[in-house]
Design a protein around this ligand. Sequence first.
Ligand SMILES: C[S@@+](CC[C@H](N)C(=O)[O-])C[C@H]1O[C@@H](n2cnc3c(N)ncnc32)[C@H](O)[C@@H]1O
Length: 240
Amino acid sequence: MTYTSLLHGDALVDTQVNARAWNSIAAQKPVGDGPPQKGTVPDDIEWTCWPGHGPGAAFLGDLVGRRVAELGCGTGEHTAYAAARGARLALGVDIAVGRIQQARARFGHLPAAIWTVGDAAEVLARLPRLDACFSIYGALWYSDPARLLPVIRNRLKPGGLLAFTVNAPRPAELPGRRVDNLTLDTGARLPVVHYSYDVDAWRQLLTASGLTTDTVLTVDDPVGRCYRTLVLRARRPVEE
Ligand SMILES: C[S@@+](CC[C@H](N)C(=O)[O-])C[C@H]1O[C@@H](n2cnc3c(N)ncnc32)[C@H](O)[C@@H]1O
């Protein structure tokens, strides 16, 4: 089976549905009218939602002097980490304007960090060549990887690195496009689209996009619920 032939959504629908959900999450903690609060840059990169259960910042390789982009940066802490650790350019991209406003308010003081609103595949196509791309439960989880991965591959320099985190499918879940819900503080539930694949499928998707998988880590929920996160790393080959 090739995963490019599975059910795919319309990219415009996916981005509109997901931007609405994440802007609603952002609106729960609006950026005030006062001076923006400077955020604390984290000491490490957490690749999973379970602190300490993941590979750490070294997974992204040496950042000094590099051009990197985070796809689905949310409120910006990982992009800020790259900017503060010597990246020449650290681009935070997010589909939700409210999330980018929060990222700018927290980390706009970091000269190497640039914040951009838009769909990752569309923004990437306009960027210069990158040394690394990364996504932590971000655009590679919430948009069609069969569309996004080839764009990433084309933006990476030969030898460039892609590192990303997604959730693994739940037991018995079929692969492909899923619609789930985000629950707001009010209890309101908003639809959100994501793409769910197991390790074999991710390997196939990466290969089909011209990327070479070099690491696949599976991290289980430390408190034993049936959640599993996949942390993957791939490269654009140096010679093609
Ligand atoms: C679960 S949050 C993760 C945020 C951040 N990476 C983190 O670890 O805190 C997912 C983010 O991906 C963004 N997103 C979803 N689809 C996207 C797309 N097609 N392009 C760019 N960002 C997207 C959402 O707006 C949201 O901020």
